[in-house]
Design a protein around this ligand. Structure first.
Ligand code: MBD
Ligand code: FE
Length: 287
């Protein structure tokens, strides 16, 4: 797949919608720690600013570059790309810090494209899709357990991913609202079975400031194909993760630095036509 095969339009929509969900508290499901006392602000913001000042000094940044930087920041705001830029270039470091004090299944970043209020389904479930939804039929199945091995009845798997062309519903014109998104309630033994389509690799919008910066630096704008998951159960910490696919050409060059070896699936044919399936269990730590 080349970048030109991925229609570049709709980038503005992507950025703006992600801004709106961020504003409305998309991240409010993460516990607010309120750790913003003045000493903490001075330490963290001071270190961040000093990093930028060091880049200016060390690399002899001039007024033309400083002005270009100002214009770029204004563009990020105007296009609504703050969630995209921050989740691509910074969220993975925050997630690594968080992961240090977590047990249970391996997590990774949430990214900017989760949406609230999606189809509520019961396992075995088929995600909402078009009659002629393109792509390889794919089944994800598994069990949600606690760290002590107990199956977690009432667990839910909130899943969202791109279609076979790399588009997210809600953030692109083409897929209808709710396409390939759903919240699946597991059975009494925490088991789930979800029928969908295998997603495609995804390029961040190339016509906005995040994509333009990425290309201007000569970096790859691609993410490997991935499923996003929020796996939750009463009394347990929600696991935020993504699952990738073995053999994906972008596994080692994810623009969002979100891949981890534990998160790579190797789906196998089920014998039912072109359908493939992966089994993946989740372990949640008590809250
Ligand atoms: C995505 O699809 C994504 O998952 C992340 C983390 C950033 C940009 C686009
Ligand atoms: Fe994504």
């Amino acid at each position: 797949m080349t970048t030109t095969e991925h229609p570049g339009s709709g980038a503005g929509l992507a950025g703006a919608n992600a801004t709106e969900s961020a504003r409305q508290g998309l991240s409010s499901r993460r516990a607010a720690t309120g750790a913003a006392d003045s000493e903490r602000i001075a330490t963290v913001v001071g270190a961040a600013l000093e990093g930028i000042r060091a880049a200016i000094r060390d690399h002899r940044v001039g007024y033309a570059e400083f002005d270009a930087f100002k214009r770029w920041l204004i563009d990020v705001s105007d296009t609504g790309e703050w969630p995209l830029f921050l989740d691509v270039y910074l969220e993975f470091e925050v997630e690594r810090v968080a992961a240090d004090s977590q047990s249970g299944s391996t997590g990774t970043i949430l990214g900017p494209f989760w949406l609230d209020g999606q189809a509520q389904l019961t396992s075995p479930a088929t995600l909402p899709m078009r009659d002629d939804e393109p792509g390889t039929p794919f089944v994800l199945a598994g069990q949600v357990r606690g760290t002590d091995g107990t199956p977690l009845a009432g667990a839910t798997v909130d899943i969202w991913h791109t279609d076979d062309e790399g588009w997210y519903s809600g953030f692109a014109e083409k897929p209808p609202a709710g396409n390939l998104r759903g919240v699946v309630t597991c059975d009494d033994e925490g088991r789930f079975e979800i029928r969908t389509r295998k997603p495609a690799p995804y390029t961040i919008p190339l016509d906005g400031p995040t994509g333009k910066l990425t290309l201007a630096a000569g970096w790859s704008p691609w993410r490997p194909a991935h499923l996003h998951l929020l796996v939750a159960a009463p009394g347990h910490r929600t696991v935020t993760t993504q699952l990738f696919f073995t053999g994906d050409e972008y596994l080692d060059s994810d623009v969002a630095s979100a891949t981890k070896p534990d998160l790579v699936l190797d789906p196998q044919p089920t014998g039912n036509g072109a359908e493939i399936r992966s089994d993946y269990d989740f372990v949640l730590e008590p809250e």
